[in-house]
Design a protein around this ligand. Structure first.
Ligand code: RFL
Ligand code: PHB
Length: 391
């Protein structure tokens, strides 16, 4: 099997790239180790930056997103028994975010791909990559048979645990990494969200987040120890802890409902540098992970895709490799700014082990400052809605 761009992984990075390349007349084949059902149901991100929404819309996959996405013009920060709103629209010249589940974005992209040429293979696991310096090939297994995909370039969109990053020689690859000493316990519940907008809460017992998926489904998260066992958390304990952390002095009430899904996500920051070697390019979680507090992982994956799609379009149109050679450098500028923002949000809103009353008061002072200074609130808002793209 041969194509122009071999894409490993059908997450947000791989599928968005395949679609953008198709619009440029560039052929690709996407290999995905999981089944279509699995990919279309895996619950992950929910917040789309304005720029991500605009891109999906321009690509022609924004119809359901426009109908079902929930547009939010701000978020609330909860601390010291009160809530303060950060008004994105006012602080960023009208920008907003959209709540639309990652797996819904994937369904839209998969639907478009299947309707176009179907060059998206499920249950096709890449296990070996070679020739990345001049004639790349991906070996993969599908239905028990081993096959080879030859291509001009490989796009490693296979997430944090994929195989592509390891194909870059160790002598070239630098890893920058930080693990946080806590995790998030996330739930989906069949209950109307108790707030119209997201609420990020700092509490002495730890962070809590109220988010949503639809007017009928709430998504909530609680900070918990990094080695927490999910079995320790009954439904009652989860709701009671959420109520304690999110309580306000004016007796705001969090309605509960049946929990349909729960999981624990460790928090880490990770950057692999460079994001390219020879004819292999890494995109999204394959190259970088951010803690979810800034809601940036999916959006950053899409930002890498923009850069690579444009560089490949330039190459196939004019033969120029200038943009391809600058890929890693261009992506990393944004990656580090997003790492900074995500780490800052995480530090401000979480309790770290061993924190004392001094640390507690610094959290409160920072939240007070961010919600009372227009300059500080603008910093949060412009990062949260998404930094603009250099043309
Ligand atoms: P993905 O989504 O991990 O997709 C990688 C795909 O590659 C496949 N794969 C392989 N296929 C073939 N051969 C192999 N050898 C393969 N190895 C792996 C996998 O099956 C998979 O389908 O990476 P991608 O495309 O880079 O996308 C990244 C995003 O998924 C991720 O950053 C976000 O989900 C992070 N994230 C959030 N991002 C946001 O922008 N906003 C949010 O609100 C947000 N909230 C979150 C999040 C992530 C979370 N978890 C569970 C980590 C909330 C949570 C709880
Ligand atoms: C989500 O809705 O899953 C979500 C929202 C905001 C975040 C992280 C996750 O910061």
């Amino acid at each position: 099997m041969r194509t122009q761009v071999g894409i490993v992984g059908a997450g947000p990075a791989g599928l968005t790239l395949a679609h953008l390349l198709q619009l440029e007349g560039i052929e690709s084949v996407v290999l995905e180790s999981r089944s279509r059902e699995y990919v279309e149901q895996r619950v992950r991100a929910g917040v789309l930056e304005q720029g991500t929404v605009d891109l999906l819309t321009q690509m022609g996959v924004g119809d359901r997103l426009a109908r079902q996405g929930l547009v939010h013009r701000g978020i609330e920060l909860g601390f010291a028994g009160k809530r303060e709103r950060i008004d994105f629209a006012e602080l960023t010249g009208g920008k907003s975010i959209t709540i639309y589940a990652q797996h819904e974005v994937l369904k839209d992209l998969i639907g478009a791909r299947m309707a176009y040429d179907g060059a998206l293979l499920f249950e096709a696991e890449g296990f070996r990559i070679f020739g990345i310096e001049n004639s790349p090939e991906v070996q993969f297994r599908q239905c028990g048979a081993t096959q080879t995909l030859g291509c001009d370039f490989i796009a490693g969109c296979d997430g944090f645990h994929g195989i592509c990053r390891a194909a870059i020689p160790e002598s070239v690859l630098r890893i920058h990494e930080r693990e946080f000493p806590f995790a998030w316990l996330g739930i989906l519940a069949n209950v109307a969200p108790a707030s119209k907008e997201l609420i990020y809460t700092y509490h002495e017992r730890g962070f809590a987040l109220l988010s949503m998926r639809s007017p009928e489904v709430s998504r909530l998260y609680l900070q918990c120890p990094a080695d927490e066992k999910i079995a320790e958390w009954s439904e009652d304990r989860i709701w009671s802890e959420l109520r304690t952390r999110m309580a306000t002095n004016d007796h705001w009430n969090l309605s509960d409902g049946p929990i349909t899904q729960m999981g624990i996500t460790p928090l880490r920051s990770f950057v692999a540098e460079p994001m390219q070697y020879g004819r292999l390019f890494l995109l999204g979680d394959a190259a970088h992970i951010v803690p979810p507090t800034g809601a940036k992982g999916l959006n950053l994956a899409v930002a890498d895709v923009r850069v690579l799609a444009r560089a490949l379009a330039d190459f196939y149109r004019t033969g120029s490799r200038t943009r391809l050679e600058r890929y890693s450098q261009e992506c990393l500028r944004r990656v580090w700014k997003v790492q900074r923002f995500s780490a800052w949000m995480t530090r401000m809103l979480h309790r770290f082990p061993g924190e004392d009353s001094f640390a507690h008061n610094l959290h409160l002072a920072e939240l007070d400052y961010v919600t009372s200074s227009r300059a500080a609130a603008t910093t949060l808002a412009e990062n949260y809605v998404g930094l603009s793209f250099a043309e």
